[in-house]
Each structure stands twice: as structure tokens, then as C-alpha cells.
Design a protein around this ligand. Structure first.
Ligand SMILES: Nc1ncnc2c1ncn2[C@@H]1O[C@H](COP(=O)(O)OP(=O)(O)OP(=O)(O)O)[C@@H](O)[C@H]1O
Ligand SMILES: [Mg+2]
Length: 351
């Protein structure tokens, strides 16, 4: 891709702001209209990611991480899904207002997605080389031979050993880790500006997880891409993310630069997640688990959605939805990029 194409349609950066975000999700709401009622899966999500930046989105199963990603990619099932409110700005333009044709152009070539399960995302009866090459044949009109050369090149990039010999192999002939590398290669093929990786390593064992994650982080830096990394595993993101958004019941409940979130969480839910990570230095000790279950999205509790599970909940928490408060030091100094949707964030962070 030429530089010309890459910078086309880029809005003028705001004065004094050379890190205007690549993607900005604003007050996004997604609901599913089912027979049992309306499931409110996403309830006012705000997040952004810039070129070269990694945002980790964290939260238990059902918190709305994937649905948000699907809304960004434009692959939500509608119906039953519906986006009653919100904006999804890509380079300043609201993708929710674009035509199907405009969105298709962005998908794959500007924003690509890596899914959890490579085996079900790859076609079992086509060689990996064919599937990688298809990106170039379809999107760039390359010949079969040129596309195959590109496919080998991509396989080299994601460090699949003996790429030249393996280009005609089928997905089942690769290990899980290698298949996930192929998924990464597929996402990288058209050199997108942004990659959304939805639990890209969950199906892999721990050592392979780390290798795949390192590779993804390295390629992201090399290509200066934005990366949204969705996971429910806090351990996975510590080394690779710049900032974290923690989701609960379709809302962001805490946002922070990655190191700070680990050191000083400002939301009881985040604290619970951190306390439930197994640690090598605490072998043999019983792991903490957040009590209770995530809410039924058909009937989200009033007030703070986390209140029935929160050890600190008061009457206020049962009636009033907390806004995402700017988190500050004890002396009032603002902590950049830090927010907490807890009425008692001060007590939580400052103890
Ligand atoms: N097509 C659909 N129809 C009805 N409900 C849906 C649909 N897709 C998602 N949902 C609901 O939206 C909620 C949020 O789902 P989502 O997949 O975003 O969770 P998640 O945070 O990605 O969880 P996980 O960690 O399990 O992947 C869930 O309760 C889910 O059942
Ligand atoms: Mg998911």
C-alpha cells in the first residue's frame, strides 16, 4: 500500500494534537431484541485507540467485549442486534453513517480482525497458501503466482518455519499456535491501520500464548498499527498493552495506563479481577474469586451493575449509576487516562 492511500481521507489533526485517535467509539449502545426481551449488551461504551497504540479490553464473559468489536467491524447480526445510539469514528468519520459499500472497503484493508478459533475461521479444504493468497487476488488483483509468493512472504513474517514447503498444507496440518499465526498473517495481509484481536490466544497453551502475543505486539510496532486486544485474562495483557479498559455489563468501569491499573486499581471489580490471577509466589494458596455471577442483560441491576457482587456496595450503589469519574491523586492532581465508574473510587484507590 502506498503512503498516498494510507493517508487519504485523514482529517486534519487538531491543533497541537499529533495523536488524534485512529478509532474512537463514542457512547455506543447495542441491544439484542430476543423473544425474552431486550438484552442490553453494550450500554454507552467510550474508548479510543491511536496508531501504534494497544488498547486491551478486559472483562468477564458476557460483558460486551466482542459485541463492541463486531459493531466496529460492521459484522453484528442485525437483527436481532440494534445500535440505538452512538458513534464509531474511524479517522474522524462515523462508520455507522457509511454505506455498506464504504464499510466493506474498510473491513479487511483498513481494519482487520483476528478471532479466537483459527480452526473454524479457516477453510479446512483449502490450503493455507491459497487462503492467504486470496486476500491479494481478490483485493489487489494479483495473479495466482504473485499471490502465492506474497503468501509465503506473510508466512515468513509470522515465523512459520519452512514457509515455502508448507504453503500448500491444509489448516489441520498445523499446530494450534501455527494456525493462530496464520490468522495473524491473514489479518496483516492488506496492512490494515487497526487490528482487533478477540481472544487471539485463548485456545492455546500458556507458552504458545506468550509467543503468539509477543509476535502480535512486535508486528504491531513494526507496522505502527493500532491494536485492540480483547481478553478476559489480565495476565496476557500486562506486557503488551499501553492502556486497559475494563468492561462490566456493557459499560467501561475502569480505564487506565496498563502499569497503573495493576498497581492501583480504582474499581472494586478490577481489584477482584487482579486478586483472582494465579501468582507464582502464592502457590498453594486458595485463589480469590469474585462472588456471584455477571448480571442477566435482560435485567441489569439498578444503580451500579456490579453492586450485587461488590463487597463495598452501599444504598447509593443500588440506586445511582456511577459516572466514569476522573481519577486523581489524594491532593487532587489528575491521573492522565484514568477513570473509574465507582462512587467510592477514592477509597478504592487510596485505601
Ligand atoms: N446475536 C446475538 N443475539 C442475542 N444476544 C447476543 C448476540 N450476540 C451476543 N449476545 C449477547 O450479548 C452479550 C455480550 O456478549 P459478548 O459476546 O460481547 O461478550 P464477551 O464480553 O465477548 O464475552 P466472552 O468473554 O465470553 O467472549 C451476551 O450476553 C450475549 O449473549
Ligand atoms: Mg467475546
Amino acid at each position: 500500500m502506498t503512503t498516498m492511500e494510507k493517508t487519504a481521507n485523514v482529517p486534519e489533526p487538531r491543533a497541537g494534537d499529533d495523536t488524534a485517535p485512529l478509532l474512537e467509539v463514542r457512547d455506543l449502545h447495542v441491544e439484542f431484541h430476543t423473544r425474552d426481551g431486550v438484552a442490553k449488551a453494550v450500554n454507552g461504551v467510550n474508548y479510543s485507540v491511536s496508531a501504534g497504540e494497544t488498547l486491551a479490553v478486559l472483562g468477564e464473559s458476557g460483558s460486551g467485549k466482542s459485541v463492541t468489536a463486531q459493531a466496529i467491524m460492521g459484522i453484528l447480526d442485525m437483527p436481532p442486534g440494534k445500535i440505538p445510539q452512538g458513534e464509531i469514528l474511524f479517522r474522524g468519520q462515523d462508520m455507522l453513517k457509511m454505506s455498506g459499500e464504504e464499510r466493506r472497503k474498510i473491513r479487511g484493508s483498513k481494519i482487520a480482525m483476528i478471532f479466537q478459533d483459527a480452526l473454524s475461521s479457516l477453510n479446512p479444504v483449502l490450503s493455507v497458501g491459497y487462503q492467504l493468497g486470496e486476500m491479494y487476488r481478490v483485493h489487489q488483483g494479483l495473479s495466482k503466482k504473485e499471490a502465492k509468493a506474497k503468501a509465503i512472504d506473510l508466512m515468513d513474517r509470522v515465523r512459520i518455519p519452512a514457509a515455502k514447503e508448507r504453503v500448500n498444507d491444509y489448516p489441520h496440518q498445523f499446530s494450534g499456535g501455527m494456525r493462530q499465526r496464520i490468522m495473524i498473517a491473514m489479518a496483516l495481509a492488506l496492512e490494515p491501520d487497526l487490528i482487533i484481536a478477540d481472544e487471539p490466544t485463548t485456545a492455546l497453551d500458556v507458552t504458545v500464548q506468550a509467543q503468539v502475543m509477543d509476535l502480535l505486539a512486535e508486528l504491531q510496532r513494526e507496522y505502527n498499527m493500532g491494536l485492540i486486544l480483547i481478553t478476559h485474562d489480565l495476565g496476557v495483557v500486562a506486557d503488551v498493552a499501553d492502556k486497559i479498559a475494563v468492561m462490566y455489563a456493557g459499560r467501561i468501569v475502569e480505564t487506565a495506563p496498563v502499569g497503573e491499573l495493576y498497581k492501583r486499581p480504582a474499581h472494586p471489580y478490577t481489584r477482584g479481577l487482579l486478586d483472582s490471577i494465579p501468582r507464582l509466589d502464592q502457590k498453594g494458596q486458595e485463589l480469590y474469586a469474585i462472588k456471584g455471577l455477571p448480571p442477566n442483560l435482560l435485567h441489569i441491576p439498578t444503580g451500579c451493575a456490579f453492586n450485587p457482587r461488590c463487597p463495598k456496595a452501599t444504598d447509593l450503589c443500588r440506586t445511582d449509576i456511577p459516572a466514569l469519574h476522573q481519577v486523581t491523586e489524594k491532593d487532587g492532581a489528575e491521573l492522565a487516562g484514568r477513570g473509574s465508574a465507582c462512587h467510592f473510587w477514592k477509597e478504592t484507590i487510596h485505601g
